[in-house]
Design a protein around this ligand. Structure first.
Ligand code: 2P0
Length: 351
């Protein structure tokens, strides 16, 4: 008996231009384009094994050893259905292939970091799921084509199909066929940029991204301004900064966009607060660190960014990392590398 099984893994990505808002909640089509850096860290990954077998009675999925229900019409079932549809197309062209599209699949996925701690577990999770099914089904699909499916699992997941610097182009077609991830630059283009992750809290977050962003779409006037007047220019400017390896511009835009995302969360009714006092103190530290550098005639040395939670991600050129870690440990004496509750981990290069 042949065994049909494949394993793939995908890392977390952290956005510099934030995705926040959907124009189509079912297809997961965003209200603005976004851009992220895929982290290249062995300990921030999802690894997923998929197996197809004629003896399986139904599709099943285990996440970190606990079985998750695959709800009819839900995001998981949509991704699995779309991947089987792509497999069917391949089988239709070559009658000698085993009819894997007719078998149920068992999927086993594991995150090597706390799930739902604001560390984008849905991004790496759905990207790994789609990549493992693509390997199982031996699909001749590009990462951008696969990103169309991962997007329907979780918007930010489409960006984890690529390493390095990745844009999610919002697209304009109602069927979503042009809302996909594209590579802006591979990691090798700018290996000097590193990400330092400061886990302020690993509690499960209060307002989920999915419901929070819908409330923002329904109630925030600032979001409309952001979509129309701010993000399109920022996408151009940060892509140019990445291509030119211009850290000063990259850092300025990244911090501005994090600030505006949190302003838009605050402009939601009722307001959403993702950062806490420690998050804001880390911002103050990075602002001061940069101010001193610029006052001495230099350029920005670090950029902070925050997602839908209190944890900080600090992007910086490698030469500044040691200094930044020393500053954080000095001003946050409770910070201990690799330990909770304020673990500092990371410092690895981007993928
Ligand atoms: C981002 N975030 O661009 C932004 C910044 C959070 C803040 O993508 O509903 O978990 O599954 O599409 O992808 C979080 O949104 O939401 C997110 P769904 P997702 O990384």
């Amino acid at each position: 008996m042949a065994i049909y099984q494949a394993t793939a893994s995908a890392p977390v990505n952290i956005a510099c231009i934030k995705y926040w808002g959907k124009r189509d909640t079912k297809l997961i089509l965003p209200t603005n384009s976004s851009l992220s850096v895929t982290l290249d860290q062995d300990h921030l990954r999802s690894t997923t094994t998929s197996r197809a077998d004629p003896s399986f009675e139904k599709d099943r999925l285990w996440l970190n050893s606990a079985e998750e229900e695959i709800k009819e019409g839900g995001r998981l079932s949509t991704c699995i259905r779309e991947m089987k549809r792509m497999r069917k197309e391949v089988e239709n062209k070559d009658a000698s292939l085993p009819k894997l599209s007719t078998y149920a699949v068992h999927i086993c996925s594991r995150n090597n970091f706390p799930t739902a701690a604001g560390l984008a577990s849905s991004a790496s999770g759905f990207a790994a799921l789609v990549a493992s099914l693509a390997a199982l089904y031996q699909l001749p699909a590009s990462p951008s084509e696969l990103s169309l499916i991962a997007r329907q699992g979780s918007g930010s997941a489409c960006r984890s199909l690529f390493g390095g610097f990745v844009a999610w182009e919002m697209g304009s077609k109602p069927d979503g066929s042009d809302s996909l991830a594209v590579e802006v630059a591979p990691r090798e283009h700018w290996p000097d940029i590193h990400a330092l992750i400061c886990v302020v809290s690993d509690d499960k977050k209060g307002t989920s991204s999915t419901s929070g962003m819908q409330r923002t779409v329904e109630t925030s006037t600032l979001l409309q301004h952001r979509i129309k007047y701010v993000v399109p220019e920022r996408m151009e400017a940060i892509s140019a900064a990445i291509r030119a390896r211009d850290f000063d511009s990259f850092a300025r835009i990244t911090m501005q966009d994090s600030n505006q995302f949190h302003a838009v969360a605050l402009d939601t009714d009722p307001p959403i607060f993702y950062m806490n006092d420690v998050s804001r103190a880390i911002i103050a530290l990075i602002v001061e660190y940069n101010r001193v550098a610029v006052a001495a005639g230099g350029k920005l040395k670090a950029a902070y960014t925050y997602d839908a939670g209190p944890n900080a991600v600090i992007y910086a050129p490698k030469e500044n990392l040691k200094e930044i870690v020393e500053l954080i440990v000095k001003y946050f004496p409770q910070a201990e590398p690799f330990k909770d509750p304020f673990a500092l981990f990371g410092g690895a290069g981007v993928q």
